[in-house]
Design a protein around this ligand. Structure first.
Ligand code: GDP
Length: 198
C-alpha cells in the first residue's frame, strides 16, 4: 500500500466519543517507549504525525488518524495496570479494554514489543487478554536495527517458546520493524491492505 494521505482526526479519552463512522480501523498499542510513535511515523512517511514520547505522564488518549481516506490508524496509549480493587487485583486501563471490547470498527490490532527484551509479564498478560476476548492482533517486534539477525531470531524463538508453553495453541502472526531503516513498512501496510480489501 502506498500512503497518499495521512491526517490527524481526533483525540478522545472515551470510546463512545470516537468517530461515528464505519471506516475500518487498525489499532497500535504497546508499553510506553516501545517505539510506537516512531513506527506510526515510519509507516505513514511522516516526521511527526504521532508525537514521539520522551515526556512521561503523557495524556492517555485514543488518537485517530485517517489514512488514504479509507482507513483509520488508531494510536492507543501505553498500557499499564490499574490497581482498583481492595484485593489489589490488576486490570488494564478501562478505556483501553472498553475500546477493544466495544469498538466494532476495530478490525485488527498490533501489539508492539521491543525485540531486545525478553518477554515481559505485562505484554504477555495483555496478549492473553486479547486472546481471551478473541480480538485479532499481530505482534510487532520493534527496533530490529538494534540487534543482529541471529540475536533477533533467538529472541523471537524465546517468545514462541514461552507463549506456546503458556496458553497459546499457535504463535500469533508477527512482524519485525525498524523505524530507523524502514524494515516492516511494506509488510505491515500490505497486511492492512489485504484485510481491508476483503
Ligand atoms: P513510544 O513511547 O512507544 O511512542 O516510543 P517512541 O517512538 O517515542 O520511541 C522511544 C525511543 O526509542 C526514542 O528514543 C526513539 O528514537 C527510539 N526508537 C523508536 N523506534 C526505534 C527504532 O526502530 N530503532 C531505533 N534504533 N530506535 C528507535
Amino acid at each position: 500500500m502506498k500512503i497518499k494521505s495521512a491526517t490527524f482526526v481526533v483525540s478522545n479519552s472515551e470510546v463512545s466519543k470516537c468517530p461515528n463512522t464505519r471506516i475500518p480501523e487498525y489499532a497500535f498499542i504497546g508499553r510506553s517507549n516501545v517505539g510506537k510513535s516512531s513506527l506510526i511515523n515510519m509507516l505513514t512517511n511522516r516526521k511527526s504525525l504521532a508525537k514521539t514520547s520522551g515526556r512521561p505522564g503523557k495524556t492517555q488518549l485514543i488518537n485517530h488518524f485517517l489514512i488514504n481516506e479509507n482507513w483509520h490508524l488508531v494510536d492507543l496509549p501505553g498500557y499499564g495496570y490499574a490497581r482498583v480493587s481492595k484485593k489489589d487485583k490488576k486490570y488494564f486501563q478501562k478505556f483501553i479494554t472498553d475500546y477493544f471490547e466495544q469498538r466494532e470498527q476495530m478490525i485488527s490490532a498490533f501489539v508492539l514489543v521491543d525485540c531486545r527484551h525478553e518477554p515481559q509479564k505485562i505484554d504477555m498478560e495483555f496478549m492473553e487478554y486479547m486472546g481471551e476476548k478473541e480480538i485479532p492482533f499481530s505482534i510487532i517486534f520493534t527496533k530490529a536495527d538494534k540487534l543482529r539477525p541471529q540475536a533477533l531470531e533467538r529472541n523471537i524463538e524465546e517468545y514462541k517458546r514461552i507463549m506456546l508453553e503458556g496458553v497459546w495453541w499457535e504463535f500469533p502472526n508477527y512482524f519485525v520493524s525498524s523505524s530507523s531503516d524502514g524494515t516492516g513498512q511494506d509488510e505491515i501496510l500490505n497486511y492492512i491492505e489485504e484485510i481491508n480489501s476483503n
